[in-house]
Design a protein around this ligand. Structure first.
Ligand code: SF4
Length: 351
């Protein structure tokens, strides 16, 4: 909706979901999209790539498309769109495939999320019962997914089921391609101190960590940590995780701002830390990143973040959805005590 510049000011969360769930046909009819438009956001696969693969390799099922293009291979949200493209490409020859998130239900992710909101469901077992899942206990695929949808829908009311979290979230680390894990401690706004650096350095030596790297979000990552070392390394670090594995509000990148930089107009680090503290640990439909820069040079790359802020002489400009499009929306207004609520509204709306 952001990339199509639709006016969503009159939509509430339910109607937003309804529109995303198919009631706005023009928006959701993937067959009418341009070839360059992205169908699978997780893996960056466009409609054109999928259509080409279907034609070139005679693909006939969603799993075939996933195998050859990676579309639908991560969160699975786009599987119904892939099925629509298959029907579009194959016509009557298209096989009837269940769009359900797993074998326990024929409901898609969006249908489940919409019903969670409409019926006010607050627990995993309620979802299974009310939405008539074939398996009343669910499975290892849908249980973490439902727990996640509930966390996003009702972060205050839903009792998070830790056991239903994905393995990365239970271990506070991200599994890598060789089976080891990355450990990334939280450094709000990218700010650290000698004490934290010493702890990280000691942990890297003690656990023989093969790679220590600054991440794209200005955090320090320890890569190649063995699974059995994870509880001990977190204890030694004595820091919380940056959740660099979760679909959640993630790090806020900041520039040094007016306290150090001669071009700085605002306290970007202070605002970045404030934003991170306020919204950290909130689950979101997609990983959600922010950037705060203290002048239009935008060293924190604010314009390509989900929520970006750029300091100007009389306040801040806010950029929304920059990650997905270059011409992101811009809402200039001073960010101060009086306008904090308005900024928070934008932030909540986007996340
Ligand atoms: S964005 Fe501006 S204020 Fe921030 S570090 Fe870059 S030049 Fe300095």
């Amino acid at each position: 909706m952001i990339t199509q510049k639709l006016d969503i000011s009159d939509l509430n969360p339910i109607s937003l979901l309804a529109a995303a769930n198919g009631e706005d046909e023009a928006l959701n009819d993937v067959t009418s999209w341009d070839d360059f438009e992205t169908v699978c956001g997780c893996n960056g696969v466009t409609k054109g790539t999928i259509m080409q693969a279907i034609a070139d390799k005679n693909l006939t099922s969603v799993s075939d498309v996933t195998k050859h293009t990676k579309a639908g291979g991560s969160c699975g949200k786009c599987k119904d769109k892939i099925a629509d493209l298959l029907s579009y490409a194959l016509g009557e020859e298209a096989p009837t495939t269940s769009k359900g998130i797993c074998g326990c239900t024929d409901l898609t992710r969006d249908e489940i999320v919409l019903k969670i909101h409409q019926k006010g469901l607050k627990s995993v077992s309620e979802v299974y019962q009310e939405l008539h899942f074939k398996n009343p206990e669910g499975c290892s695929k849908c249980r973490p997914a439902i727990n996640f949808y509930l966390n996003v829908a009702f972060p205050q009311e839903h009792q998070d089921e830790k056991a239903s979290r994905y393995v990365n979230e239970r271990l506070y680390a991200n599994i890598q391609n060789d089976g080891t894990y990355s450990v990334i401690p939280r450094m709000r706004g990218g700010k650290t101190d000698p004490q934290q650096l010493l702890l990280i350095a000691k942990a890297a030596e003690k656990y023989d960590v093969p790679l220590v790297k600054i991440t794209g979000s200005q955090r320090i990552g320890l890569y190649g940590v063995k699974k059995q070392d994870l509880p001990k390394i977190w204890k030694d670090l004595d820091m919380s995780a940056a959740e660099a594995y979760a679909k959640a509000v993630r790090s806020v990148k900041t520039c040094v701002g007016k306290n150090f930089c001669r071009f700085g107009t605002q306290d970007s680090m202070g605002l970045g830390i404030q934003l991170e503290e306020r919204y950290e640990f909130i689950d979101t439909p997609h990983k959600f990143k922010m950037g705060v820069s203290a002048c239009p040079r935008s060293c924190a790359e604010s314009c390509v973040k989900d929520f970006g802020v750029i300091g100007v002489e009389n306040g801040f400009q806010i950029y929304i959805g920059g990650k997905w499009r270059n011409d992101c929306s811009r809402k200039p207004f001073p960010y101060n005590r009086r306008n904090r609520r308005r900024s928070d509204r934008y932030l909540r709306g986007v996340s």
